[in-house]
Design a binder for this molecule. Sequence first.
Ligand code: ACM
Ligand code: ZN
Length: 481
Amino acid sequence: MINVIPKPNYLAVTGGERSYREKGVGFIKNEALEDEEYYLEITKERICVTAKGEKGFFYAKKTLKQLSFLKDTVPCLVIKDKPRYSYRAFMIDSARHMQTVDEIKTYIDAAALFKFNVFHWHLCDDQGFRIESEEFPQLNAHGSWRNGHGFGSTNTDRYGGYYTKAQIKEIVEYCRERFIDVIPEIDLPGHTIAILSSYPSLSCRKKEIPVETRPGVHKDILCAGREETFEFCFKLLDEVSELFPYEYFHIGGDEAPKDRWNECPDCQKRIKDEHLRDSEQLQGYFVNRIVKHMAEKGKKCIAWNESLNSGMLDKDVIVADWMDKEHRSEKWANAGGKIIVEDFFSYYLDYPYGMTPLEKTYRFDPNLEGLDETGRSNVVGVETPIWTEFVENFDRLCFMCFPRMMAVAEIGWTNAAKRNYKSFEERAEKARAILAETGITMALREKWNPKGTKRIPDLINHYKRFATREGIRQLLNLDEN
Ligand code: ACM
Ligand code: ZN
């Protein structure tokens, strides 16, 4: 078996082996190939890579690294390879729990090895604002910190921090060297308690509230009625955009309850003045204004699928389909809009293996049932998020992500007809040593696909911190009014 993840789309083993030295590889440029495409030919006489430019060569080198790991020989073969999808992303939530710059770099190294090309960085949420802001210093002095570790933890120490602009630039540069675009997310208008806690005048009730320590969805969101909110968002997005020299920016848009907007005179006035139907359409208005501002600055937006609920989303937005019972994302794609598939039940890596076994992740294909031919052509790719409410340290993060993120790497790269779960599982186990060299400890193989009653301990462990009174109160958001 050829131990490469993602599995190449065309591979012919021609027999025999030859010695391998990185310096002994020949490179030929061929303008006719696509940016991410590469040919690799290994014969007894030579090792030769053909690609259009640096990106294709980079992927060929990642294939060679896997072929030659722990050996000084490589098998003779021919590989002709290019990805199924142009967007192959991993997401890290650095808001609920932060990772160090070195930890993020370690994850990026692994992601590059498996040919991911986008890092979606979830940097702000109810429980913390994690980007240095000179425009709005309260976001860091106040909004980057919470009272206690939260999420049912008994640790009451103040928790928080933020990435300085220098650190962010360092990560962006690290990614650039690995052909990974970094797409930051500022989640708007919901998941903004850290912002509202720093600047209460941006909320409908203008009430002082603490940076959140509980998980879940919270009712306080940015007020869409007042111009002050838009001025704040535009300035903040401009400041953050400067750090990320890419075409796309993620503006969130998920889980924004409408309770406050329904009661807020300013929001209700806006609905009337703009001839909107209701608060759901107010979110459409809100998102489209942000999208228009970003377009004026030369940026396109990605938004979570709830942004479709208003029925008026700007057509250039890419919809991130994570949980969409109404299948609006599929209809959006069938009608010509672009989507990213990141299915909650399969690609979310914060849920235990007992709930989302590796095989389930691997078998979920982005060609969703409701897509017609046009819709399928509008799937730009896949993404696999790790949300970190219950992922307090990097070892835990690696346990949750490896090997499941590698399954999504293969789905994003390898054509469905070429994929095979049993082969993937063998190759994933073989990748343990190469990951260990990178600084990542993969979950033990016996954990990957718990069967029957073996799934239960996983689920209990996941939720056990909520077995206390405080935990239940937190989980249910009992003191929110
Ligand atoms: C999400 O998981 N709320 C996008
Ligand atoms: Zn309001």
